[in-house]
Design a protein around this ligand. Structure first.
Ligand code: NAI
Length: 314
């Protein structure tokens, strides 16, 4: 029987519905909350599709699909979802004011012992918690997309979060098959997005400066050092090549790397021209509908294969 029983997930978009799916797969009753019934209906349909796809790839879970789906109840009434809940994950739009309001409401509506988590990508949790009164039970759980496939969840301690809440969250996430890590300081971007966007800033700067074309940037990553990343992080890699060599490389190269506090000029101009990427058919590169579908399928198939191999090994 799960120790933390009742879950509520606020926001049934891309992340919220996938997070609800994870808890439901491990036997937890979940309230999934959004502002409109049609979003909630779509969310349940998407969860069903994900579960079927997982089974097709040999990723099993202990219950029938129907049983998992039955554990996810949907509502537009946050008060109802908060009643008797033990653990909440907020996954509404990435907007500070909205998140602050949601946490002020959660703080009023949830039982006093309930743990309240934000899935914000980059906003400091301490800021999100500002309008709540019981701030010691608020923390960050930063999941990665797709949340039912990517194991990592960054568990972020805000200024007032207690050990009890951090430990209980860590335990719960472990029990539902995730790979939680403890982040001790509540800094914008936490760890994963700081690393990711440092790489993206340099990638876009290389394009801005005409050093190579956008497709080549991705080839360099995917056919080069990216191949090592699933088993070798940058810190172990530095130890492997030797810190003396790493130091002399940094002594020479760091001054040439982009350290701009503002976004890339190409990025900004593409957005101004409404070239937003897959959703408009053009971003840094042009994308046909077939190419968009193929890219998404390639990623899902790859992740499913990796997870299915991991599961068969454990
Ligand atoms: P999304 O736009 O797909 O979904 C957000 C949902 O929140 C929408 O369905 C919206 O109707 C709902 N919502 C808005 N206000 C609400 C309210 N007051 N009460 C209930 N529901 C409300 O967004 P997505 O991508 O799922 O992101 C959610 C959060 O997760 C954001 O903070 C985002 O930065 C973060 N995140 C996103 C990742 C991604 O790859 N998309 C990865 C990791 C974190």
């Amino acid at each position: 029987m799960p120790e933390v029983e009742n879950i509520a997930v606020i926001g049934a978009g891309l992340m919220g519905r996938g997070i609800a799916q994870v808890f439901a797969c491990y036997g937890h009753p979940v309230w999934l909350v959004d502002t409109e019934e049609k979003i909630l209906k779509l969310a349940k349909e998407q969860v069903e599709k994900n579960l079927k796809q997982m089974l097709q790839h040999g990723i099993s879970f202990s219950d029938e699909i129907e049983e998992v789906l039955d554990r996810i109840s949907t509502t537009t009434d946050m008060v109802r979802a908060c009643e008797g809940c033990d653990f909440v994950v907020e996954a509404v739009y990435e907007n500070l004011d909205l998140k602050q309001q949601v946490f002020a409401d959660l703080d009023r509506f949830c039982p006093p012992e309930a743990i309240l988590c934000s899935n914000t990508s980059v906003i400091a949790i301490t800021e999100i918690a500002e309008r709540a009164s019981k701030r010691e039970r608020i923390l960050g759980t930063h999941w990665w997309n797709p949340p039912y496939l990517i194991p990592l969840v960054e568990v972020v301690r805000a200024e007032e979060t207690t050990d009890r809440c951090i430990d209980a969250t860590y335990d719960l996430l472990t029990r539902v098959g995730k790979h939680p890590v403890r982040i001790h300081k509540d800094v914008p971007g936490f760890v994963g997005n700081r690393l990711q966007h440092a790489l993206w800033r340099e990638a876009f700067a290389i394009i801005d400066e005409g050093i190579c074309d956008p497709a080549t940037v991705d080839e360099v990553v995917c056919s080069g050092f990216g191949l090592r990343l699933p088993i070798l992080g940058p810190v172990e890699n530095a130890d492997m090549v030797g810190l003396d060599l790493t130091l002399s490389i940094h002594d020479y190269i760091l001054k040439y790397l982009n350290a701009n506090p503002t976004p890339s000029t190409t990025l900004r101009s593409r957005v101004e021209q409404k070239h937003l990427g897959f959703k408009t058919g053009k971003g840094f590169q042009e994308w046909s509908d077939a190419e968009v579908a193929a890219s998404r399928e390639r990623l899902t198939n790859y992740l499913m294969k990796v997870i299915s191999q991991e599961k068969s090994r454990s």
